[in-house]
Write a protein that binds this ligand. Structure first.
Ligand code: S3P
Length: 191
């Protein structure tokens, strides 16, 4: 049924349904493709894309990796929380690429849920993630070598599973295919 609103002359007129604001949070391990998929999904949904690590880097003038290395992971997680809260305040549709560890915090998950946002897990196999992490290993201090990265990957999987939606990522699937799959799943998953 169309919404109605009062016109100045008192008559009730049908108006276009107000669009429902929606924020989508993409989570998943380092190298699962969060930023590229988020960008493609935002394009598909005609909305803006935000990379949480970029928000932190812009505010601090340093990359996520440097902050972790210099100030330590706990300080980085504080900045990550602040950036998340800032992004959630934005009054617009957004697709947000989280950093791989942001979803590990119960507070972060709750705050995302409380804002009626939808979370999507990019479920990529470890070997694929590692293949993408390895050339840029210096930028990711939490995944310095393969055994460390694998341990983190195994510890985190059960947490990623708590996302609202799961989309499997394979080497054969293109970024556009993954984004389209998420878009379809979102239509079937009203928030
Ligand atoms: C992290 C992942 C990184 C970045 C930081 C910590 C993690 O983001 O937030 O280095 O804990 O998994 P990407 O997942 O985009 O690499």
């Amino acid at each position: 049924m169309p919404e109605t609103e009062s016109a100045p002359d008192g008559a009730l007129r049908a108006s276009a349904p107000r669009s429902i604001m929606r924020k989508i949070f993409i989570t998943g391990f380092m190298g699962s493709g969060k930023s590229t998929v988020a960008r493609a999904l935002a394009q598909l949904r005609h909305c803006a894309m935000v990379d949480l690590d970029e928000v932190i880097a812009a505010a601090e003038g340093r990359s996520a990796g440097t902050i972790i290395e210099v100030d330590g992971e706990p300080r980085f997680r504080e900045l990550e929380r602040q950036a998340l809260l800032q992004v959630l305040k934005t009054e617009e549709d957004l697709v947000v690429a989280l950093g791989g560890g942001a979803w590990m915090s119960e507070t972060n998950r709750q705050v995302i849920k409380d804002h009626n946002a939808t979370s999507v897990w990019l479920d990529a196999p470890f070997e694929l993630c590692w293949k993408r992490i390895e050339p840029l290993v210096g930028q990711r201090p939490l995944a310095r070598n393969k055994p460390t990265a694998l341990k983190l990957f195994s510890e985190r999987t059960s947490c990623y599973e708590r996302a609202d939606l799961r989309v499997s990522v394979t080497e054969q699937k293109s970024v556009e295919e993954i984004a389209a799959e998420i878009d379809q799943a979102l239509t079937a998953h009203p928030n």
